[in-house]
Write a protein that binds this ligand. Structure first.
Ligand SMILES: Nc1ncnc2c1ncn2[C@@H]1O[C@H](COP(=O)(O)OS(=O)(=O)O)[C@@H](OP(=O)(O)O)[C@H]1O
Length: 404
């Protein structure tokens, strides 16, 4: 018996058509459900990441928070406990307390209206001026990657005041893999009542494959700064330009003379010159106690996150010193001996900016002439600094030979 295929009637045709429609409908529904699911996944992700991002500090309520609550909101990791063995042995109790008091930040108080108004005008001027400074690097060897935007610094020149920090910053700025803020930002020692978003906006534009650098030499001696930087990031690299502390103090004093102060160096530095008694309360002396300041930093960051740049070598052999800096920052050795020209009139190296021999030196305020200082006072100060210097050599593992 053969079974003939029966042609479909009108009802059956209608049925197979509606099956097709149902199929399409199901497919559309599946796509819709899937995309809703993906979208919600994304939302959840960004919501969980939010506390780690700068967006936290954008919320209006964030600005009303007290300063330490703000710090908490931006905290990523628990703080390290203070290791007693890391404390400086030679610092007598008197000195430790003394230096601590001496180095209390002379910051504008966040409640002081005058200070706040000067902050905001400074900030707006800054934004405009800084964009001009940072041109898109178009040098042949550099291939920009990622977005062109402002980023928090990965490298901070934390000091030492009068060590040669501006020279280091200017040299680094000539490197295509580096962008740097034009001015000292002072976020961690003066303007911390502002948030990280403010700090980021104070930075120049950069590509993803560039390092953002800022320099504020007072960070090194301001007690709260290591902790505050640690709360921002534990991966920051620090550059510290060091200089023999007596020469540093004299340079500091030369700057104050230019600002209108008149007391001679010897008078400021000595309580009693006959007894060789040093006035440690003078900030120009206190800044030179490098081992005490470094101790505070090492409570938060390991030694290998610091590079101790010799201010002396930066003048005598800038190519070699910059080689160490570039290696430490893992950037190409673009700056070499050939990048510098010694300017006999200025007595300092200057930067060769292009092939045509254009040379740029630091301004008049860097490399000032110093008044002669009484050799007996110099000798007293050298003796005063000796134990601190030795301790600094031990801590860093570098003998800077400042006694010679
Ligand atoms: N290339 C070059 N040109 C000019 N000056 C140079 C250079 N390299 C290092 N120095 C030394 O830098 C000293 C100023 O240090 P800082 O830039 O750290 O000063 S500041 O803290 O920013 O005020 C400055 O100190 P003074 O000589 O007392 O002015 C210089 O000795």
């Amino acid at each position: 018996m053969t079974v003939d295929k029966i042609p479909p009637g009108p009802g059956q045709a209608c049925c197979s058509l509606s099956k097709k429609r149902v199929g399409i409908l199901v497919a559309v529904c599946c796509v819709a459900i899937l995309s809703t699911y993906m979208y919600s996944l994304n939302c959840c992700k960004s919501r969980t990441e939010a506390p780690l991002k700068l967006k936290t500090s954008n919320s209006p309520s964030f600005h009303k928070m007290p300063i330490f609550a703000k710090i908490k909101a931006n905290t990523r990791m628990p703080e390290p406990s203070v290791n007693a063995t890391q404390s400086v042995g030679i610092a007598a109790v008197k000195q430790t307390v003394f230096v601590h008091q001496l180095l209390q930040p002379q910051n504008p108080s966040p409640t002081n209206q005058d200070d706040l108004s000067s902050l905001s005008s400074w900030s707006s001027v800054y934004d405009e001026a800084d964009d001009d400074l940072d041109l898109v690097p178009e040098r042949a060897a550099f291939k920009p990657q990622g977005k062109w935007k402002r980023r928090l610094p990965k490298v901070i020149i934390i000091g030492i005041k009068k060590g040669g920090t501006q020279a280091l910053l200017n040299f680094l700025k000539a490197h295509p893999e580096v962008t740097a803020s034009g001015k000292e930002v002072h976020f961690f020692d003066r303007f911390y009542e502002r948030d990280l978003e403010w700090y980021r906006r104070a930075m120049p534009y950069s590509y993803e494959n560039q390092l953002t650098v800022e320099k504020t030499p007072s960070y090194f001696v301001t007690p709260q700064v290591p902790k505050l930087i640690y709360r921002m990031s534990q991966d920051v690299k620090f550059l510290l330009v060091v200089r023999e502390p007596v020469a540093r103090a004299i340079s500091d004093h030369a700057q104050s003379l230019e600002k209108g102060k008149t007391t001679p160096f010897e008078e400021k530095a000595m309580l009693d010159p006959r007894k060789c008694s040093v006035d440690e309360s003078w900030s120009a002396i206190g800044i030179g106690l490098y081992s005490l300041h470094l101790t505070r930093w090492l409570k938060y960051f390991p030694l290998d996150q610091f590079l101790f740049v010799s201010g002396k070598n930066l003048v005598a052999n800038p190519g070699a010193e910059m080689g160490k800096v570039q290696d430490f920052l893992h950037i190409s050795r673009t700056l070499t001996e050939k990048s510098f020209v010694f300017n006999e009139t200025k007595g300092f190296p200057c930067l060769r900016t292009d092939e045509n021999g254009e040379v740029r030196c630091l301004g008049k305020t860097k490399g000032r002439p110093h008044n002669p200082v009484d050799p007996r006072v110099r000798a007293c100060l050298a003796e005063f600094y000796r134990p601190y210097n030795e301790q600094f050599y031990n801590m860093t593992g570098i003998n800077f030979h400042w006694e010679e």
